[in-house]
Design a protein around this ligand. Structure first.
Ligand code: NAD
Length: 339
């Protein structure tokens, strides 16, 4: 069976890691027609927007997409293309697994947890303005029962389907009593419908500390948008960093896969960065498509190459300036050879 998948290469290091992913996925033999769509700062001159309608329409049509990272200007400029895409397509669940890979130097072994981040509201609704010019500003954080319920339900369903035993709801309900109070109450109500899965909750600051000290106590972490963004980067740091951390944005019958990391502009065009996060996002996509065997093969090829430790990028070497580190393309070649 042939699939049509929207591919947004992204900018910065996006083109390089996306190309590596595309070559690996093609090498599995799964027939994919790539509907390549460009988004980001580079298309503004041509389309008047960093997210042209045809990009969104392509994903709506194909129901599955995969993207490289896209740069968002800090403090000024256009709204994040990534956030806008998630909101416009109602990709409400951001799934970010953090699993130890043998051969990656890190403080812990056998970490295996998943962050499920609410992806459409919270601090990311984009309602922010100055109250007194240059002196005071405010941002509005929106939490609804509907979004809280569906993200917690997603986390429990994910736990059930994937043999996971515990869901932890992470919040700041002691300070954000009304918004995170609503999130936590809703989580507790949803949890009552899943007696087969254990449930607990943590205040976000304590959760951050416990994740660093005792990551094995976590299984599925479900939380609001900003906390999920931060904790998923933290979780990736437990298993080798953002260079190896894949992700998925999932809605009802629609999904866009992407690495956890950003566009690392300082490394753009250097054939330097680790393609693993995007390649593993490709494996998640294959699994979503039902191509389980191909997904398993990609995962084990990645594990094999990283475990051997030779044909890996600089971030997986003991020192960052190891002259034996290979480039993005060469690491992808090694993964293809191991398939
Ligand atoms: P970043 O993830 O780009 O970089 C953080 C650190 O990780 C840097 O040291 C970088 O060199 C390193 N890194 C990133 N990807 C790597 C890889 N594949 N291999 C090895 N090392 C890697 O985050 P940032 O610097 O905070 O953000 C840069 C830009 O990316 C910003 O414009 C930000 O808005 C954007 N961003 C986009 C997304 C997305 O597209 N979903 C996500 C996060 C950040």
């Amino acid at each position: 069976m042939a699939y049509t998948v929207t591919l947004i290469p992204g900018d910065g290091i996006g083109a390089e890691v996306s190309e590596a992913m595309r070559r690996v996925v093609d090498a599995t033999g799964v027939q994919i027609e790539w509907d390549v769509q460009q988004a980001g700062a580079d298309v503004i001159a041509q389309y008047g927007t960093p997210l042209p309608d045809q990009v969104v329409e392509s994903i709506r049509r194909n129901r599955v997409g995969i993207k490289g990272p896209i740069t968002t200007p800090v403090g000024t400029g256009f709204r994040s293309v990534n956030v806008t895409l998630r909101q416009r397509l109602d990709l409400y669940a951001n799934l970010r697994p953090a699993k130890s890979i043998k051969g990656v130097a890190s403080a812990f072994e056998n970490v295996d947890l998943v962050v499920v981040r609410e992806n459409t509201q919270g601090m990311y609704v984009g309602i922010e303005h100055e109250v007194i010019a240059g002196e005071a500003a405010e941002a509005i954080r929106i939490i609804t029962r509907r979004a809280s319920e569906r993200i917690v339900r997603f986390a429990f369903e994910y736990a059930r389907t994937n043999g996971r035993k515990l869901v932890t709801a992470v919040h700041k309900g002691n300070i954000l009593k009304i918004t995170d109070g609503l999130f936590l109450r809703t989580a507790q109500e949803v949890a009552a419908h899943y007696p087969d899965i254990a449930f607990n909750d943590r205040i976000v600051d304590n959760c951050a500390m416990q994740l660093v000290q005792r990551p094995h106590e976590f299984d599925v972490v479900v939380t609001t948008n900003l906390f999920g963004d931060i904790l998923s980067d933290l979780a990736s740091g437990l298993v080798g960093g953002v260079g190896v951390a894949p992700g998925a944005n999932i809605g009802d019958g629609i999904a866009v896969f992407e690495p956890v990391h950003g566009s690392a502009p300082k490394y753009a065009g250097q054939n330097k960065v680790n393609p693993t996060a995007t390649i593993r996002s490709g494996a998640m996509m294959l699994r979503y498509l039902g191509e389980t065997e191909a997904a398993d093969r990609v995962e084990s090829a990645v594990t094999q190459v990283i475990g051997a430790g030779r044909q890996v990028t600089y971030d997986l070497k003991a020192t960052r300036d190891d002259p034996n580190a290979v480039g993005t393309r060469e690491m992808a070649d090694a993964i293809i050879a191991a398939l």
